[in-house]
Design a protein around this ligand. Structure first.
Ligand SMILES: Nc1ncnc2c1ncn2[C@@H]1O[C@H](COP(=O)(O)OP(=O)(O)OP(=O)(O)O)[C@@H](O)[C@H]1O
Length: 453
């Protein structure tokens, strides 16, 4: 037999295999018998937003405590010692279908645990397209993990079906526009027009003609054949009036009339037009204060305030910060065709920042970071203002429960003491607790600081 024909035997070295595994879109993590990560492929980076170097050597329980994933797969594995699959949610908000295969030693102990995880989101998109299911919140452009926002979403789902006027209040950039759009999209009017206008961005005369339209020859410079206004074009749909607090008193009077009578007269016209419109209005100004100052009509306020929603600022729903960071990281990485992860250092700073510009500020920052960072986005890339904040005491959330308040105070004290002493023994002495408790709390609250030691 000719030896030279026997060429289809391909040697796959360990290095080649590792490279191949990095091409997989599913994540692979291998834990040793100490439950320490000894291998992680590249796909892990997008699920946790950490480089694999940051994952290697870490213990399962530390990462679980840091909420990198939930629930943990080990309790089930310890019980059954058999391959299992569960659904896990990661710190980035990714939903994973994780399968774990235990490799047992002679004593029937788990020697290695090989886990593979597939992002469930892909499946969702597929089923959505084929089964025509209701779009998810994410598909409506709303990312949220906080219970405060989830309560608001549940409330919106209840009121969306009615025709009542909705007033959305909240600081600039908290998502009032996004929420108004969501309410329309889940309402019975969703196939009808959704029109928006920013009352602060347009001069008064122009705003009036934009809203009410005008008839033929109404004023010089106007379209000679007249123009339909938003109220006419939005008939049977929803009109979103943003920055309603900036509406002039005369337009406030006209708007009130449309809301009461459900009819209006275009500028220069004399015939009334009937309209059926659902109004959603928003403002970042305090309308009650404007009423006191005589700048906002009280009667209009009561008319608008049938259903009132207040969006909390981002600093009061901290659970949303990390998922939003990853959402925008993913979005801008795709947009700029890059694959830059973010370091834990940077995440820690961003999580404790007060975000005066709310989600808009966060989105803009993430876009900038994706553009300017060379590889990993780390704390050096953050603008000066983020570093200043880091040295000030942790801005605490307004806690909702006593447990939350205690938890926040504990976290604050432990971090403060650990930064100063850098040892669990000294923290224990400082705070008059046992060293075991100190170690446990340092692990829980100061992992980022420990890594920098
Ligand atoms: N929950 C959310 N998930 C993802 N993106 C969001 C969310 N809320 C807001 N955004 C994004 O943040 C930015 C600001 O949102 P939006 O314009 O709705 O805020 P706003 O409160 O209406 O601001 P303003 O008062 O300045 O008009 C937008 O780019 C929007 O897509």
């Amino acid at each position: 037999m000719d030896e030279s024909i026997n060429t289809d035997k391909v040697e796959i070295t360990g290095e080649t295999l590792k490279e191949l595994l990095d091409y997989l879109s599913d994540e692979i993590i291998i834990f040793n018998h100490n439950r320490q990560i000894i291998y992680a492929n590249k796909a892990c980076e997008k699920n946790y937003g950490l480089t694999r170097e940051m994952l290697l050597g870490k213990f399962n329980h530390d990462l679980f405590q840091k909420k990198l994933w939930t629930p943990s797969i080990y309790p089930e594995i310890d019980k059954s010692k058999k391959p299992i699959s569960i659904i896990q949610t990661t710190n980035t908000g990714a939903e994973l279908l994780t399968s774990a295969i235990p490799i047992l030693n002679d004593q029937d102990e788990v020697e290695l645990l090989i886990t593979t995880a597939k992002e469930l989101h892909d499946h969702k998109t597929v089923t959505l397209n084929t089964n025509n299911k209701t779009p998810t919140l994410e598909e409506h452009g709303i990312i949220t993990h906080s219970s405060k926002m989830q309560d608001i979403i549940a409330f919106c789902q209840k009121v969306a079906i009615t025709n009542s006027t909705i007033l959305i209040q909240g600081e600039s950039g908290t998502g009032k526009g996004v929420l108004a759009n969501y309410i329309h999209q889940i309402s019975k009017r969703k196939s009808m027009p959704y029109l928006t206008i920013n009352c602060a961005a347009i001069p008064e005369e122009l705003l009036e003609s934009e809203l009410f339209g005008y008839t033929k020859g109404a004023f010089t410079g106007a379209n000679p054949s007249g123009k339909a206004g938003l109220l006419e074009m939005g008939n049977n749909g929803t009109v979103f009036l943003d920055e309603i607090g900036d509406l002039s008193l005369s337009l406030q009077a006209k708007l009130l009339q449309v809301m009461q009578d459900k009819e209006f007269i275009p500028i220069g016209g004399n015939a009334k037009k009937k309209v059926n419109i659902r109004f959603i209005v928003a403002t970042n100004r305090n309308l009650e204060k404007l009423i006191e100052k005589g700048q906002f009509r009280e009667d209009l306020y009561y008319r608008l305030n049938v259903i009132d929603i207040t969006l909390p600022p981002l600093r009061d729903r901290k659970e949303d910060i990390i998922p939003l960071i990853y959402h925008f990281l993913h979005k801008f990485n795709e947009e700029y065709e890059s694959d830059k992860p973010i370091s834990q250092d940077a995440l820690d700073i961003l999580e404790w920042y007060s975000w005066p510009g709310n989600i808009r500020q966060l989105a803009n920052l993430m876009e900038k970071l994706v553009i300017i960072s060379d590889t990993v986005i780390d704390h050096h890339a953050l603008p000066e203002v983020f570093h200043q904040k880091k040295n000030t005491p942790i801005p605490l959330n307004q806690p909702d429960t006593l447990d939350d308040a205690v938890d926040q105070a504990k976290q604050h004290m432990i971090r403060h003491s650990f930064k100063k002493h850098r040892s669990s023994r000294k923290v224990a002495e400082d705070l008059k607790i046992s060293q075991t408790t100190a170690t446990k709390l340092i692990r829980e609250y100061c992992n980022d600081l420990r890594q920098k030691q």
